[in-house]
Design a protein. Structure first.
Length: 202
């Protein structure tokens, strides 16, 4: 799978989008700009890369001209261990929210029936740490099964609260939101009807 890097760079300002993420790294010894690193990884994942080594290999395959589009600061590909160390420091929930905001600039969901649901990832629960597991909130268009929004709930945040937070960032209008009985809440209903100018079936 290939992507047009010039469009992402010039029209979508992909590096500027990721530059809005707070840099958690030490101010000393930074080899690459954080926004550039995240933008490279994002594009690599879009092209099917599912490991740090694959992201490195994809970046290494870029021409010098393509590398310049990312404004890495150095004309070489970061190592797989560099990607791994960087991502371990990142707040993935913050990145997800940023991406949802960015996507909503290009696509407003209008006049659709959307299912909202939360599920725990199978196998993510930790008995030792009393961890309930990874909770994902997803919004899917009924007729075409397209996932339009998805986010991981922050630690300690339940499905109801996480759903309201996701609705804050979901750019929808004149839609019908369906959800299970757990979301039959006055605050959730108000957010759908008043804030999003939509309706619900809970």
């Amino acid at each position: 799978m290939g992507i047009n890097l010039e469009i992402l760079s010039d029209q979508c300002k992909i590096v500027d989008v990721f530059n809005s993420i707070e840099d958690p790294r030490s101010k000393f010894g930074k080899q690459f700009n954080l926004g550039s690193i995240l933008a490279v990884a994002f594009c690599a994942i879009l092209c099917g890369c599912n490991s740090y080594e694959a992201i490195h290999d994809w970046c290494k395959s870029l021409s010098e001209k393509e590398l310049l589009l990312f404004n890495l600061g150095k004309p070489r590909a970061p190592s797989s261990s560099f990607f791994q160390k960087t991502f371990r420091l990142m707040n993935m929930h913050e990145i997800e929210i940023m991406l949802m905001n960015w996507f909503s600039e290009y696509k407003t969901i209008i006049n659709k029936i959307i299912a909202l649901d939360g599920k725990f990832n199978r196998g993510s629960k930790s008995v030792v740490n009393h961890d309930r597991g990874v909770l994902l909130l997803t919004m899917v268009i009924h007729d075409c099964k397209e996932v339009v929004f998805q986010t991981q709930a922050a630690p300690g945040v339940g499905e109801i609260t996480a759903a309201r937070e996701m609705l804050d960032y979901a750019d929808i209008k004149n839609c019908i939101i369906t959800a299970d009985a757990a979301h039959t809440q006055e605050l959730t209903a108000k957010k759908i009807v008043i804030d999003k100018e939509s309706d619900f079936f809970l």
